[in-house]
Structure formats: C-alpha cells, structure tokens
Design a protein around this ligand. Structure first.
Ligand SMILES: *Cc1c(COP(=O)(O)O)cnc(C)c1O
Length: 229
C-alpha cells in the first residue's frame, strides 16, 4: 500500500492539475486532510509530509487526537466538519480553529459565546443544503443571506464562506453543476455586501469538479489515509 506521504503527493498533483486546467493557481486551493477514524500516528505522518490543515467529524474522537499532538498542535490547523450538536459546542469552540457546518443561528450564537477571549475568533463556514433533501444538514439556499448576516454580527466568529456536502454523483458534469450553485450563492452574498473568501467543497471523489467551480478548500480523507471501516 502507498504511504500517506505518497498519497498526499498524489492528491496535491490532482489539485494542481485541476487548477491549471481551469486557469487557477494551485496555491489558492487549500487541501484539508480529513483524518476521522484514523489514529494520531496517521496525522503525524501527514504532518511529517508537510500537511498542516486537518478535518475531523466527531468531537469525541477528535479532541484526544488533537491533544495528543503535543507541540505539533501549534503548526497545524483543525477544522470541524461534522454535524453540530449544541452539547458539543463547548469542546469545538475550545479545540478547533474552523467550523464548517454552521446551519442555524442558535449554534452559531453558542459557539461565539463559548469561544475563549484568549483564542482568535473561530473561523466559520455556513453549510448549505444543495440537494433539497429535507433531512440533510445545511440551510436552504433562500435562507443563506439572512443567516450570513446574523453570523457575521457575532463577536467571536469570523464568517469565511460556504460549505456543502452534495450527494455523491459519478458524472463530472453533474458534480460541477451542484458546485456551481454554491459558487453562485457566494457571489450573490458578496454582491449583497458579505465578505466571504472561502468555498469549502470537493472530496476524494469529486475534487476536480470542485476545483473547476472555484473551491478554495477541498476536504479529502480516503484518497490520503485510505478507506474507512
Ligand atoms: C469524511 C468527510 C470528507 C472526506 O471524504 P472522503 O470521501 O473520504 O474524501 C469530506 N467532508 C466531510 C464533511 C466529511 O464528513
């Protein structure tokens, strides 16, 4: 099996190739390594291979992992990308640098209240439900502007952009069509005066389509660390 360093290298090449194919600068796309279900040793291997940005989905699993990094914590940046529950907000506000799944003002308010004054503001993306599935997380596109205004007003949060987890599709044209919707939504919010520099979209199976449509952060797990159980 290829090492984590080799897999990281391959993913970096995929991003760079996709960027160049769409007249983008590879350095404008941040690779987040999604380490959920993998042990701290895998994270340290990635760190040794130059990776700095990591994503986790489960608070209980992530917090001990981050704590076990020791001195390596300072040179890494941790993004919480899982579903947000209010009873987990305190641990998230204490241990993470970014949160991607904000989809209601109540949880945003709570994260802002719980973010210690000694830490920088928590960097936030609003999760948008692009698939029109009522059970999925994410705010409806029509409600994003109102939520963005409310989040941007919170003192301990910095609103950075939009995030989506579309249903998996095999057809690259269909993948791109969904990502294009998120990009258009950001453009609309920017027109309305919001400052948003981030589009968090694209995973192992569709990162090329996401880069083609303007992703600034791609969240990649399987292609770096291998299949999860
Ligand atoms: C697990 C996860 C990823 C990574 O998915 P892969 O297909 O393994 O690359 C990306 N984003 C979110 C929100 C996830 O939960």
């Amino acid at each position: 099996m290829a090492s984590i360093a080799d897999q990281l290298d391959a993913v970096r090449h995929r991003i760079a190739d996709a960027a160049r194919a769409h007249q983008r600068v590879p350095a404008d796309i941040c690779l987040m390594a999604v380490s959920k279900t993998f042990p701290v040793g895998a994270v340290l291997e990635a760190v040794a291979a130059g990776q700095t940005v990591f994503g986790e989905s489960y608070v209980q699993e992530a917090v001990p992992k981050i704590e076990r990094l020791g001195p390596a914590r300072a040179s890494t940046c941790w993004h919480f990308i899982g579903p947000l529950q209010s009873n987990k907000a305190k641990l998230i506000a204490q241990h993470f640098d970014w949160v991607h799944g904000v989809d209601r003002i109540k949880i945003a308010q709570r994260l802002s209240d719980l973010r210690a004054a000694s830490l920088p503001a928590l960097q936030v993306c609003i999760q948008v439900n692009l698939d029109d599935e009522p059970t999925k997380a994410g705010v409806a596109p029509e409600q994003v502007l109102a939520l963005a205004r409310a989040v941007a007003a919170l003192p301990r949060l910095t609103l950075r952009g939009l995030m989506a987890i579309p249903a998996p599709r095999d057809d690259p044209a269909l993948q791109r069509a969904v990502f294009r919707k998120l990009a258009a939504l950001r453009a609309h919010l920017v027109e309305q005066g919001q400052v948003l520099d981030t589009l968090s979209m694209g995973m192992s199976g569709d990162l090329e389509a996401a880069v083609a449509e303007g992703a600034t952060i791609v969240r990649v797990g399987t292609a770096i660390f291998g299949e999860r159980d």
